[in-house]
Design a protein around this ligand. Structure first.
Ligand code: XMP
Length: 323
């Protein structure tokens, strides 16, 4: 019968058989799937696994620390953190078109990750032949199945490596649905903040700043987002809402008043939605008291934000994210 204990035992045995005495790499995104996949592989092969986390500077408050500290403490995994914040900011400078931002973030991410892979490949030790991925059952059904390999190209002029390196994929979550992955993660001792995390887009806060992405704007949005999340959690609404993007309208200003003075600040948009699968969504009818608390705190605590607005659009016609 299906128990998380059985799943873990089976997968650990399967991973050991597949990897043998070679080494594996796993990219961590901060999300549930990659964290649980990495934790399973870590349990199976220990120090033969190296995890890589690219810090693109677009994560929410505390999320990088969750990976760097809590994930490592819970699993004992070898983790390489690449601080690429400056690189991403430079690449995004002057860009406000949403699709262009997404392309830049995706491209830089792959470049940084591949560079980190190449460095790990050059370390002494057994051959690095495997790449761990947190593919779930629904991902496989959607893409028509098949297990595979992944190539990286050593186009960064790192000496002594073949032109094209092929990894075999290790996908220990291939038979699982999201709720099962969360149960496995919990059983493996991962912290709730990681295991129960709501969906968050790969391009991160980069697509929640309408306008150009800058360090100052990211810091501001991180503060507003942290307040919204804190209050939604305190109100016990995490399970009820699918996710709640918090969006900074960086190119919009409106007049306000604070103390004796007139302000001219930015609006923050709250986008709480309920959904089954993100394909369609409805805006969540959050209690007014919770909205009021979030609004008061954000306008009091976040400099340069003087207005909080609520997005009451369903999907369709709106998307969940603003970009
Ligand atoms: P939209 O905005 O299209 O979002 O209604 C649907 C769901 O997908 C998430 N999302 C992304 N996830 N990379 C991701 O991993 C992305 O580029 C991306 N864009 C949107 C979004 O948060 C929502 O859950």
């Amino acid at each position: 019968s299906w128990t998380t204990g059985n799943v873990i035992e089976e997968q650990v045995a399967a991973i050991r058989a597949q990897v043998g005495d070679k080494r594996a790499i796993c990219g961590l995104s901060g999300g549930v799937d990659s964290a649980v996949a990495a934790a399973l592989v870590q349990k199976a092969i220990g120090s033969q696994l190296t995890c890589v986390y690219v810090d693109h500077g677009l994560m929410r408050k505390g999320e990088t620390e969750q990976v760097e500290k809590d994930f490592v403490a819970a699993t004992g995994a070898n983790l390489v953190v690449v601080d690429a914040q400056e690189r991403f900011l430079t690449a995004l400078a002057g860009v406000s078109d949403p699709e262009t931002k997404r392309k830049i973030i995706g491209r830089e991410f792959i470049r940084v990750f591949e560079q980190a892979q190449l460095e790990i490949l050059q370390e002494d030790g057994p051959e690095v032949a495997f790449l761990v991925q947190g593919t779930l059952y629904p991902d496989i059904v959607e893409s028509g199945g098949g297990t595979g390999t992944a190539n990286i190209k050593s186009h960064h002029n790192v000496g002594g490596l073949p032109d094209d390196i092929e990894f075999q994929l290790v996908e220990p979550l291939r038979q699982l649905f999201k709720d099962e992955v969360r149960m496995v993660g919990q059983e493996l001792g991962l912290p709730d903040e990681i295991v129960q995390r709501q969906p968050f887009p790969g391009p991160g806060l980069g697509i929640r700043i309408v306008g150009e992405v800058t360090k100052e704007r990211l810091d501001l949005l991180r503060e507003a987002d942290a307040i919204a999340r804190e209050e939604l959690t305190a109100a016990g609404l995490d399970r009820e809402i699918w996710q709640c993007p918090v969006v900074l309208l960086a190119d919009v200003r409106s007049v306000g008043v604070q103390g004796d003075g007139r302000t001219y600040g930015h609006p923050i948009v709250l986008r709480p939605v309920s959904s089954e699968d993100a394909m369609t969504a409805d805006w969540s009818r959050l209690p007014y008291e919770v909205l009021a608390k979030i609004s008061t705190r954000i306008t009091n605590e976040v400099a340069d934000v003087n207005r909080v607005v609520l997005d009451v659009t369903s999907k369709p016609p709106g998307t969940i994210e603003w970009e």
